[in-house]
Design a protein around this ligand. Sequence first.
Ligand SMILES: Cc1cc2nc3c(=O)[nH]c(=O)nc-3n(C[C@H](O)[C@H](O)[C@H](O)COP(=O)(O)OP(=O)(O)OC[C@H]3O[C@@H](n4cnc5c(N)ncnc54)[C@H](O)[C@@H]3O)c2cc1C
Length: 586
Amino acid sequence: MRASSRSIAFTAALSAAGLFSGSCAAHEMAPQDADVVVIGAGIGGLAAALEASDGGARVVVVDANSVGGGHAVLASGFSFVGTPLQEKNGFRDDPELAIRDIMAWGEDADEYWVRRYVEASRTEVHDWLRAKGVEFAMILPNAEDSVPRFHLTRGGAVNAVLPMLREALSRDSITFVWNREATRLLRDTRGIAGVVTRDLRTGRSLTLRAPAVVLATGGFESNDEMVRAHWPAGRAIPDPLYVGSGEFATGSGLGLATAAGAALTRMDRQLVYVTGLPNPRDPSGRRGLLVLNPAAIMVDDHGRRFVNESAPSKVIESLVMARSPPAYWLLFDAAGRSQLMIRGGPWLNSQTIAAEIMDNPRLVKRADSIGALAVATGLPADALVSTVERYNGFVVRGSDEDFGRFGPGVSGGAVPSLTEPPFYAIRLYPMTRKSMGGIVIDHDARALDRDRRPITGLYAAGEVTGIAGINGSHGGSGTFLGPSLLIGRIAGRTAAAQIALTQERRQDAPATALLPDAPPAPADTRTLASRIRQEAPGFWHFTQAHRLVVERQEQCATCHSAAWPPGPAIGRAQRLAQLESCKRCH
Ligand SMILES: Cc1cc2nc3c(=O)[nH]c(=O)nc-3n(C[C@H](O)[C@H](O)[C@H](O)COP(=O)(O)OP(=O)(O)OC[C@H]3O[C@@H](n4cnc5c(N)ncnc54)[C@H](O)[C@@H]3O)c2cc1C
């Protein structure tokens, strides 16, 4: 039977069963079906797609964004155990030690997945990425690791996902559909039967039929309602609470999964950073930037220090979150200014940081004396002056008598005093970041229902599973990307194996006959300027990127070429050419 007539018959059957209401005029059928549909082109989804394709499956990857990579594009490194780079640096690691470290840090981590990741991180993640040309530049120590394990990707973790995207785009067995949000999973008597998607640009819906669907839609930390609904019981929700996660981290995959009967777990394990500064470029006022300064002290609303500022992040997070209000001031002087780090968008560079943040009196208070800084911040002057004097005295004597930040027996470098005007104070707030709970999966990355039975044809990987609980209640450094990739590979492998077992393999052409992306966008510079003011649905990334293009006065030809003229990338070759531009911003 031809795929198209099967699809129609199949849709009719679903409609009859009341599972599918696809008869509206805006609905179109895909002329071809796939073996595996992967929802989400982040690191988890890309790993699943590549692995399923290795297993012989024809894969369609659907993403709501117009470009791939997900959060990894903004991330930096991976936690690996037992790599050549560790060895070269003289760091002798051992799986049992790593398992103990991760279990201790997370406090209630899923031991199976911790062990599985630790044992596979070198071979199935590190070596797999190395074989694709990914390089790791150096290893940073972290509080949770008794041996340094945080491997910084050379040039950022974007350089880990770009080769994955490149490889996926080069394979005939993998097809991408962009700007399409998965809105519903289809089920039949055997299990999952496909997914309904909606084109964000045109509103048109498209049904993709497949006996296996991998959910890799990421976390829910940008969905204020879900964040609040799953806030840990008995704890106050901070106000304000900024968003430090991506535009598409809306948790929509969790809704799809639960509607298909999947169970969720650990939903209240949310990694909230306490280093959030309101993003001055965000018109909604909801989004935060990440601010750190190892040369600073932290003071509360009484003008007093309250923590060892060099303590592990989870200690500081717990302490700040338990305070009322859960906000504080980061104080540093002119010398400490050079150690200030602000992260959270490709628009941040030394000029924009100076002009839009450091010179913005709403965000940063600056004064020539601590007394004047107290006036600017509204903090009690006597208390603030005596806090800084006391701290400076500790620095001179080489011992922090109040919080043990430095002193005899404490490791770590010298800490500067706050003596050189001007003095700065930045108020920082909690900011959502990463989900550590989500869809319950088994050891083969199959999604489980409320009775802990696998839902036939449904798989999940990455942050939508809460990274399978490997972070417990406290997110570690680098323990999101690597496990997302590993679980993605497992999901893709299982899905392909199931297809091979349960379905007669179709020998017809690869699933490339999907509908064209969307109507072409106007390509000239003049309309570009007006277009990026509009923020049309489905053009989020285009708008973000070209605002920067306009601001930096870049020539279109810097990124666009004869192989990909200024316009939508249609087809594989143009998508591949497009990947050459990503590093200009990321
Ligand atoms: C700023 C930042 C820095 C980080 N740094 C690190 C780090 O250094 N090390 C580390 O280990 N971890 C880090 N993390 C966490 C890590 O990046 C993520 O946990 C990981 O990348 C998640 O991968 P994923 O594939 O599961 O999801 P994502 O990367 O979130 O990808 C999900 C994809 O699904 C798409 N999608 C969502 N819903 C739908 C839908 N309904 N239909 C179609 N598509 C949909 C999205 O557009 C997106 O492309 C960081 C996170 C952030 C936010």
